[in-house]
Design a protein around this ligand. Sequence first.
Ligand code: MV4
Length: 447
Amino acid sequence: MIEKILIANRGEIALRIIRTCKELGIKTVAVYSTVDKNSLHVKFADEAVCIGPGDSTNSYLNIPRIIAAAEITNADAIHPGYGFLSENAEFAEICNDSNIIFIGPQPEQIRQMGDKIIARANAKNVGVPIVPGCEYPITSFEEADKIADEIGYPIMLKAAAGGGGKGMRAIREKSHLELAFQVAKNEAMSAFGNDDMYIEKLIESPRHIEIQILADTKGNFLHIGERDCTIQRRHQKLLEETPSPFIDDATRLKMEEASLNLVKALNYTGAGTIEFLVDKDMNFYFMEMNTRLQVEHPITEAVYDIDFIKEQIRIANGLEISKKDFRLNGHSIECRINAENPDKNFMPSPGLITAFNSPGGYGIRIDTHCYTGYNIPSNYDPMIAKLIVHADTREEAIKRMLRALDEFVIEGVKTTIPLFQKILTDKKFIEHDYDTNYMEKREEIEV
Ligand code: MV4
């Protein structure tokens, strides 16, 4: 059984993992960069190893240093969290080769789903609806031109190694394709070292709705609800909620069944999320599969009463998922609070937090690594806290979130708290009359 886990991450997710490990009696090893030496995950872990300077390439993304930290502390397993190396198949392989349990799926499953063309083929093979498009890499503009004509404009040009919006372009006119194809191909090569491109029919005004999956090594495959992540800005999720206020039960069942079929065909193990595009007529299309725990997992934990870190450790220990049926109870919303200035085009606002007072009370959860006196470094992503509320209904959850945001005191840096107070009182949000262009449309109004 796993007795000591190294957390190959930082910030709130490192703290999140340490908390569950403590409750399970599992020792923890934190790794940290020099700029994170005063971070809470370092203070709360049983052991801590400095693995390098602030820049991630020489710390949180540095595989040899992380493996070395695991070896000198005799960690049995590594939890990658999300981001960083969490979907790096090579890292998972090196962990296995080093006789260190990687808490996540098998390397091959990470690799398969990391290539968006292979992921689409896997989805299509088991009958999961995919966006009409090509199912192999496009090698030349001439080929792209022919395929785009067959699919019909508007189209979406995507990088096979992309994801999360990177390496993607919407093209509405044939005359724009040649330049866009070359530029996107070059961007993909420099960003991912892989310039395989593919084309899909553009889905207008989609919603982003994802299905949570949990599978163990004993043949149990569960779907555990959906999350509506449609409120995003430049492909960064801002606010997530469950259940989705948009899809009906019939669509929900079909999305859950499609997701289970896919993970069963892959013989997937661990936590995973299948992301779908959903159009205004509630047609859903496979978009991507994430082979890791998501940032927004706490809203699912709230309504299904589940601890995903505990389940992931059970699965890594070769045990069954703790329950066979998790039942939905209520509604949950998460706001990702960033140290950014919404009045200055979301410019990052790192620096010293001079006052930090979290909201509390029934149905409130705060996942944060920040505290009064903490200095937010400029090296990493600006998320400083996740505020999660749980209530019986969506209306009550919105009220509770507004009350919590009102209580939340963070001084010394600018935050996106005011943005959420505007969104949660916006008629369009309350009536769930929005799509992934919601923030773009808001910013047009606010100019
Ligand atoms: C699309 C799309 C429309 N049509 N694919 C964005 C990131 C990546 N997950 C895929 N994304 C999209 N793919 C087709 N064929 C629109 C988006 C998209 C989007 C999707 C989900 C959430 C936010 C988004 C913001 C812009 C574009």
